[in-house]
Design a protein around this ligand. Sequence first.
Ligand code: PMP
Length: 360
Amino acid sequence: MTRVYNFSAGPSMLPLEVLEKAQSELTNYAGSGMSVMELSHRSKWFTDIIETAEAVLRKLMNIPDNYKVLFIQGGASQQFAMVPMNLFGGSKKADYVNTGSWSKKAIKEAKKYGEVRVIASSEDKNFSYIPEITADMIDPEADYVHITTNNTIEGTVFNKIPDTGNVPLVADMSSNILSEEFDVSKFGLIYAGAQKNIGPAGLTLVIIRDDLIGKAGESVPVMLDYKTHSESGSLYNTPPTFGIYMAKLVFEWLKELGGIVAMEKINREKAGLLYDFLEESSMFSSPVQKEDRSLMNIPFVSPSDELDALFVKEAKAAGLETLKGHRSVGGMRASVYNAMPVDGVKALVAFMKEFEQTHS
Ligand code: PMP
């Protein structure tokens, strides 16, 4: 059985080189006589792993010195709660932008902790576009503004990061972190579940500006306080050690490839192949407004549910896996994260062309 092209939205493909490197070190990591899974998180080997992971990530994303990098657990979903629990230190007001299902979940959770205002939404058009955010929409007293930079289910992306002035910008970057260049200094806090562009599920990355740490109230559980993880170098308790090790390998792979600039170029090429075909196709189309189309998650539809189902089934038989759209929107979705090779997208487009000829 050869490997398939897996278009899953997450967990998703990891670079083959990374999997092979992990395999080669699996039973005896760096002469320790143990696998990484068996190593103490306080051992010299693991210290080197977590420090290297952070150092390489800092270089890749050009993270300024006044930001902490935290390797924690709970997924992006836990950040939906940790962000308000930690950042509602002032007015207890926050501005949220509603661009899809994940934004909605973040909004719902934040409402438990303070006053949440939705300053813009694209729900009126099925989340098929990104609303414009201007400075005058933002409450200058808000403790933070929250956006979802890439909407995994709906396939939209913020191409312009809003300028929120002195109000810290918080971003759920789960599905496009490391895929294109971001100026970290524009954000107060960035969070991402690992299972798309970072590594295996179970690890969550938080990049947080120093002045936003230490604002949590007394009642916030120790594990949900950014300060706990910041002060202990993400080693307050046992962190997801194998996930951090895999993330280190992914960061090193990305660095080797030429960093985020090189990766973004490849991602634009991959997405371009698919979007160009969707423009010319007489069977398939994109439901997303052109200028807001994601490089990572590309939804598309055929004229009927029956054809959609047949497409997914036949694609699977051709080694193109997990193309069914999210259950909430239907149709198809190709997630083409960093680890998806250009050849995988070429194979998908070739298959779509063939399907169109056979079934029209
Ligand atoms: N936000 C976004 C944008 C996502 O894509 C996802 C997961 N697909 C989540 C949040 C939830 O992440 P997790 O499963 O890590 O809690």
